[in-house]
Design a protein around this ligand. Structure first.
Ligand code: SF4
Length: 461
């Protein structure tokens, strides 16, 4: 009997890549590939790369160096180890990856994952293959659905891609070049995917897209639907207790999305809404297409519709030309919004983007000093937000065992990890928890007995 082949997939970066990694594993399961968590056991390694963070390509090449040694060792034992590089670095670097790392057998861009079995067969016949095309066929029509077992193994929270690509062209970002123009999936295909997930026990769905609130997929009536309408449709599906979506652009906060936050109890009151800078001058240089006032107005409209709304954001410090006054404008915006959490990065040029060629790059030492101050401000607001949770009662969706015996961990509506003493049989359930202690990285709480259908108590910002 032949040994089943083992697949090791490593995802870097965003949730879109996690979703894509699952789809690649689903595509390869019928070809006899079973997933393994041990790199040493793999017959096929896929690095699903991200180009957003600094030195992304360098990290991929250093990882490839390590895997090349494993490939050589496998060959000495008469075993073939195939190496594939997928994701945005694959799309951006293409043939260059094979030139710099000749041990790589396949370079595959995000639009070609549905062709994986065929591309792998080609590597066996022809040697190294590069496929970074934007094909005309719809990959979502060809990608295989996960098995019930695969869905179960991945837990009670799942991502569903509803939109890909971006037409915004922020001057620092590679996404419009690596993922292409905005494309939205039809409503009923998303509904069918969510139904399959719910049927296998998934309770929380995050709709994902590079620019998710620009969603405009075809509805069952043949008309383009907004994200707000899509959320309303998905919220109706039995079994789905929680909905989220990410990542949103401040220019695409339309009335239907705000109404969805007002009207849908399953839509969590927590929104990741990247602003990047609080200075209008820098926002313009970033080509963000919104001003500080426009962003704050969006936040205010959301809060007016849903008082328990909280926000997170992304920030770039030291964008070319950023002065101390520009940076202070970002700090004051952080104070004005009072974020529950945020991600922050020093600007680093991405080859091929307009900002990389701007002349007035900010010195590294200035960027580091500003990042330090910005993170201190974010930490202060996050600590204040968490402190306000003390003594409150939230619905928590439990998704895994805790680190200590008898403990399980779940997520609050605001994505904070919440630890409670409870049996593992409660994993997959939602229960009311009163927060009794605030830790450095998570909250601690006690289960509350509530009447069925009791409303969770949410934060008022
Ligand atoms: S909105 Fe801007 S930052 Fe976001 S993916 Fe599009 S170009 Fe990149």
């Amino acid at each position: 009997m032949t040994r089943p082949r083992k697949l090791y997939v490593k995802s870097f970066g965003c949730q879109m890549n996690v979703y894509d990694s699952h789809r690649m594993a689903d595509m390869l399961a019928p070809e006899g590939f079973a997933e393994t968590a041990r790199l040493e056991d793999a017959d096929l390694v896929i690095l699903n790369t991200c180009h957003i963070r600094e030195k992304a390509a360098d990290k991929v090449y250093s990882e490839l160096g390590r895997i090349r040694a494993l490939k050589a060792a496998a060959a000495r034992h008469g075993r073939r180890l195939t190496i594939a590089v997928a994701g945005c670095v694959a799309q951006a670097e293409g043939q260059e990856i094979i030139r710099r790392a000749p041990a790589v057998d396949l370079v595959v861009g995000p639009q070609s994952y549905h062709r994986l079995p065929e591309l792998l067969a080609r590597t066996e016949r022809e040697g190294a293959v590069v496929d970074t095309e934007f094909p005309v066929e719809d990959k979502f029509d060809i990608l295989r659905a996960p098995s019930r077992e695969a869905i179960r193994a991945r837990g009670v929270c799942a991502f569903v891609t509803v939109q890909e690509g971006c037409d915004k062209f922020c001057t620092f970002c590679v996404v419009p070049y690596t993922r292409g123009a905005e494309v939205s999936r039809p409503v009923m295909k998303i509904v069918a995917e969510v139904e399959r997930l719910a049927d296998a026990g998934v309770r929380e769905i995050t709709l994902i897209g590079q620019n998710v609130n620009a969603y405009h997929g075809e509805g069952p009536d043949g008309m383009p639907w907004t994200l707000g309408r899509l959320l309303e449709r998905v919220a109706d599906l039995p079994g789905i207790a929680r909905l989220r979506y990410t990542t949103s652009h401040p220019c695409d906060m339309d009335a239907s999305l705000i109404a969805a936050h007002r009207d849908l109890p399953s839509l969590m009151p927590y929104l990741h809404l990247p602003v990047q800078s609080g200075s209008d001058r820098i926002l313009e240089r970033m080509n963000r297409r919104h001003s500080r006032a426009h962003y704050l107005e969006g936040v205010a409209r959301m809060r007016a519709a849903q008082a328990s709304m909280a926000f997170s954001s992304d920030f770039i410090v030291g964008f070319p030309g950023e002065s101390e006054d520009d940076f202070r404008a970002t700090l004051s915006l952080i104070d004005e919004v009072g974020y529950a959490s945020a991600f922050s990065f020093k600007y680093s040029p991405r080859p091929g983007t307009p900002a990389a060629d701007m002349q007035d790059q900010v010195p590294e030492a200035v960027k580091s000093e500003r990042l330090y101050r910005l993170q201190a401000a974010i930490d202060r607001h996050q600590a204040a937000f968490n402190a306000r949770c003390l003594g409150r009662t939230f619905d928590v969706l439990f998704d895994k065992p805790g680190r200590h015996p008898g403990q399980i961990v779940g997520r609050s509506p605001y994505l904070q990890p919440v630890q409670v003493m409870a049996p593992t049989t409660m994993i997959g359930e939602i229960a009311a928890v009163t927060i009794t202690e605030i830790g450095a990285n998570s909250l601690f709480g006690e289960l509350v007995q509530t009447a069925a259908g009791a409303e969770p108590m949410l934060m008022e910002a």
